[in-house]
Write a protein that binds this ligand. Sequence first.
Ligand code: SAH
Length: 236
Amino acid sequence: MESILKTGLAAMEIPAEARQIDLLARYGRTVLERNQVMNLTAVREPEAFARRNILDSAALLRCFEPGAGTLIDVGTGAGFPGMVLKILRPDLRLTLLDATGKKVAFLRETAAALGLHDVRCVQGRGEELGRDPAFREQFDFAAARAVAAMALLAELTLPFLRVGGQLLAMKAEDCEAETAAALPLLRKLGGEPLPAFTYTLPEDDAVRRVIRAEKRAPTPALYPRTWAKMKKEAQG
Ligand code: SAH
């Protein structure tokens, strides 16, 4: 796994020290090991896993620089992209959010085992925490990967951002229709689209996109609504 990570990061021009590559590989092995007893990733083969989960999460650093900012990863699952970003940018103040308690317990345990600081692991639903003053309008960045269609995702993430903060939604190539459909809601939530970032991974032809938006105005108190209401509207 180390050599794929090292070559891949170099090919993407993402600087990483030997210690960080070692941490990424340890993290990857921990996820694959635990995957045998709980459902964390569909990609079980180590090389494909390293590319499609770890390198793909790292690729986010090609379109934004977190610095010492705060980032919430909504629906992080086994920690993608948040945990990878934290290993590569140790100054990042990271919150990992997932609805599933078992996954959050795994994240907490793994962050401690890897010696990562400033990683807060929270179990909860984005549409509920987005109404909690301790989380609402608190973050510089909100990231999400493989969680929901863009309209749902916008409502799950925008409430967490402070005005001036940025949404980074990791999507497959064919996300243009869902992104266009989500635009009116994105604007109601206080967001304004930024140009999408399109990329491929080393030795992989699949085109991927990061749909980006900036928060320009506070999210109206009406949002986020309940999951049932969000889904109903998304289905038209
Ligand atoms: N981002 C990870 C996991 C994707 S699977 C990756 O790219 O591999 C989607 C995850 O989102 C699941 O772990 C699920 O528990 C979580 N999730 C789905 N809806 C959610 C919600 N409304 N609030 C919080 N987490 C949610």
